[in-house]
Design a protein around this ligand. Sequence first.
Ligand SMILES: NC(=O)c1ccc[n+]([C@@H]2O[C@H](COP(=O)([O-])OP(=O)(O)OC[C@H]3O[C@@H](n4cnc5c(N)ncnc54)[C@H](OP(=O)(O)O)[C@@H]3O)[C@@H](O)[C@H]2O)c1
Length: 238
Amino acid sequence: MRRILVTGSSRGLGLEFVKQLLEKGNQIIACNRNPLKYTDLLELKNKFEDKLILIDLDVSSKDSIDNAFTMISKEVDGLDILINNAGIRFGGEKYCDELGKLHKEDFCNIFSVNTVAPVLMVEKFLPLIKNGRNPIIVNISSTSGSIGRRSRKGGGYSYSASKAALNMITKALSVDLEEDTITVISIHPGWVKTSMEYTENAPLTTYESIKGMKRVIEGLSVKDSGKFFDWEGNELPW
Ligand SMILES: NC(=O)c1ccc[n+]([C@@H]2O[C@H](COP(=O)([O-])OP(=O)(O)OC[C@H]3O[C@@H](n4cnc5c(N)ncnc54)[C@H](OP(=O)(O)O)[C@@H]3O)[C@@H](O)[C@H]2O)c1
């Protein structure tokens, strides 16, 4: 049994992570805004009881991260896996991510959730992560954030840049936490049908993506720290 914290667990990939990891017998700390509002999560809570802890967390708020840490520290004395999954495609203004349409506040909101929050989560939860068994930090990134792969036209400035910056955070954390033998990776879930914008025609289901990412995470060792994978375990260029 591993103790696993998942952010953005109300729907999409986060919810499926929670489901599949619970079914494997793990203890899950599912964090999202207003968890009691989501029937899927409440049904899982009824089924898995103590194995599922629901925590209210808005990752864009430092106070909320601090409060979540206080609550979680009362429940567990270590974290084996932190999955920084919460993410947004737009920060309020829809379809404003192309040259000529950029929107400053939206840009900053995306960075706040996709880039700043994951590193603040690691900073805050580090005492628990250091107490984990073979601890792993998983940052859910995207091929949109791969500078090496960038060739297509069509904007995506804020989202792509937020994930490219997240990838740098993965690399920096992997170096800083090497002595603590904490494995840190970025992973691309594939193009998956969820409630995120531009995924209506995506070929993958959340079930398939999470099944693949779970296999990749289970197979990780410290030598993989600082790498960028896809959901099938292929290494991606930064
Ligand atoms: N789907 C894809 O094809 C795809 C591809 C590449 C990467 N990704 C990445 O995969 C991750 C999950 O995306 P998804 O496709 O599952 O999207 P989704 O269905 O839109 O779910 C996003 C999740 O993030 C949460 N979230 C957003 N802002 C938050 C905040 N401030 N605090 C806490 N939680 C917050 C949402 O919670 P609320 O219900 O509270 O809004 C929701 O649970 C993201 O990092 C995304 O960038 C997805």
